[in-house]
Design a protein around this ligand. Structure first.
Ligand code: APR
Length: 169
């Protein structure tokens, strides 16, 4: 496992990192799940800034300040809704992780935490999503020295076990 990758079971809103990634929707107007938790913890100024961004395409990401969160920035990534796997969902999820990392590098950020994008409301199978997350992050870290740490912030024991097994193998 890449020494720069950490796995923590935690509420991502508690992390003192340069950026936490939000599993957002294309409107960037907030929602449930981790999106709801991040907006609740950041306060209403986060939504005000999101409203200036004119949405975000699936597979892309946009950065905002983090307001009341301990993190410095929020990178809002829009993952795909799972429709069975034949509609480019894997590529879109890969892109959501990669664009988040590219934006972190563009903003000279060193530490970034990801939730398990698309595996909640959007229904992406957890194991396949974890494989995509880990390979995309590992490949990016092998090409970019600037990032010092990537945290996979899992929120449930199923994802914790999946990531543990994949990161050990
Ligand atoms: N910290 C870390 N992870 C969390 C937290 C939290 N506080 N709350 C939820 N999660 C986890 C979920 O358990 C799941 O593993 O985040 C993962 C992503 O699930 P969702 O938040 O449902 O995100 P997603 O599946 O990408 O669906 C996005 O849901 O909330 C709406 O506005 C959002 O429309 C968008 C959709």
């Amino acid at each position: 496992m890449n020494a720069k990758i950490k796995l923590i079971k935690t509420d991502i809103t508690k992390l003192h990192v340069n950026a936490i990634v939000n599993a957002a929707n294309s409107s960037l107007r907030g929602g449930g799940g981790v999106d709801g938790a991040i907006h609740r913890a950041a306060g209403r100024q986060l939504l005000n800034e999101c409203k200036t961004l004119n949405g975000c395409a699936t597979g892309d990401a946009k950065i905002t300040a983090a307001y009341k969160l301990p993190a410095n920035y929020v990178i809002h990534a829009v993952g795909p809704v799972w429709h069975g796997g034949k509609y480019g969902e894997a590529d879109k999820l890969r892109s959501a992780y990669r664009r988040s990392l590219e934006i972190a590098v563009e903003n000279n950020l060193k530490t970034i935490a990801f939730p398990n994008i698309s595996t909640g409301v959007y229904g992406f199978p957890k194991k396949q999503a974890a494989e995509i997350a880990i390979t995309t992050v590992s490949d990016f870290l092998s090409e970019n020295e600037q990032i010092e740490q990537v945290i996979f912030a899992v929120f449930d024991d199923e994802n914790l076990q999946i990531y543990n097994e994949l990161l050990r193998s």
